[in-house]
Design a protein around this ligand. Sequence first.
Ligand code: PEP
Ligand code: MG
Length: 581
Amino acid sequence: MSEYVKGIGASPGRVVGSAHRVVWDIPRVEHRTIEPAEVADELQSFRGALSLAADGIARLRDGTAEAVGALEANIFEPQLVMLRDPVLIEGTEAYIRDNRLSAARAFDWQMFEIRSQFLDTAHAMVLDRLADLRDVRFRVLSHLLQWEEQAVVAPGDEPYVIVADDLTPSMMVSLDRERVLGLVTAAGSRGSHVAILARSLGVPAVMGVGDELDRIGEGDRLVIDGMAGEVIVEPDVGELARFKADTVLISDRRRRIEELHDQPTLSRDGRRIRLLANLDRPSDAEEARRAGAEGVGLFRTEFLVIAHTTIPAEEEQYEAYRRVVEAFPTSEVVLRTFDLGGDKFPIFLEMPKEENPYLGWRAIRVCLDLPELFSNQLRAAARAARHGDLRILLPMVVSVDEVTRTRDLLSEVSASVAEADQRSIRLGVMVETPAAVETIDLLAPHVDFFSLGTNDLTQYTLATDRGNPRLAHLYDPLHPALIRMYRRLRNTAGECGVPVSVCGALASDPAGVCVLLGLGYDTLSVPVYSLPEVKELIGAISIQELEGMCHDANRCESPGEIRRRLDEYIGDTLAEAGVAR
Ligand code: PEP
Ligand code: MG
């Protein structure tokens, strides 16, 4: 009997192959104390191991640049940054000097502490970096304790699917690409470096299956769907036949979508829509270009602070921002300033314990209270702006005062960068609080653009925590209250002559696309992996028809009613356009 294992579609593609279970772990490090006379030698061994580990990672990075690409090679940069981290180095040295621990034990303790800090934040972006931490830990310890590299190769020469609790980026780039058909892992997410590498290498992957991994045994036959995030264990004849037929349909559709990628986005009735990308890290920029993004509508910058143990240096930020701007030299790159707080706590900040973190010290409030952190970011952005059309977007704004204070700081900072780097930078506000929607006319004279953040606007308007699974049925961005807000925002911003785009998740939900276009929005910013499907959907719909439907949507009493109508419309429209769903 076949079984279904559900996870996250981390790298698209569909394959059939037999499972090879890879079991690996970092061995336990023995507790060993040292004599005072050994301290100097242990300190030296530690420094030596750090430098050998850095050499090894740099070699891997260079090899990856050659074999896979420069952007993928950058995945190893955070590991090199970790090896230079003063918290790691000074902490380990203190354990050696003050607690008389062997270098290996001291380093392992310090890594354990950093890992606990990562886990305490419980933020997806930090958890994504755990595999990098493991890579670094294994690498340094293997130099201190003379361990062998961990191999993930199956015996024999048949192709296989790797089934493991987790892999590290180093393992990913060392995979035997001739034989590895796909991956299934218990840990991991779409944003992890292992997932990014799987996509670049074209290896289908289902990640985050958790304990379900135990349902897969060595040698089991597997069907992997890296798009849907599904694994069939020991498929029957019918499932295999369906798999083959679907694969043909899907690859036809992919080919059609790829043909569209460099053509302008037009609705069926000929309206021009601009499709931009949401980026979570600089390395997404190239993928966004390949997928046909016309620019970047939301560049989240938390990747620079979330898994870091120190405030990121201006230079590091500048390089990261410049990389994205250079990937889009002639179009806008909208950089959002640090959206910290809520569920995103950087390790280096003493975040207060709050009863309601989403209503607490978050986003623009944190930045304005920490001028050193904020000016650093604004200065790096002002310098990167010289390379293209970089704009700045402020999260969670509730008052005009937050915008004017930021503008003053931005002018001050811009005046302090070299004259050649000075540009007048456009400043925008995320409309993600009911206060911002209600005061659009007051905010408008102070900003150059607005960006509608439907994710937070939904939670603040419906008083429903966006991350609470118990309330998931209440959290619906198509609630009538929100549709009325989207309409008012569009109209008022239009009357004030300020452009408004949408960057929340609603912009990539098919029903959401229909509502937003029907309400008059013409610029959507969506995750990179959604670009092709959103573009294809827009090509099939008539905005004129949607305008009529959205007019009626004002009288719908529930999100369910709105969705039902739109789903029906989308089904009919796509069928007419001959698009398989
Ligand atoms: C939003 O709130 O809609 C948004 C795009 O921001 P984030 O999801 O990063 O909070
Ligand atoms: Mg938000």
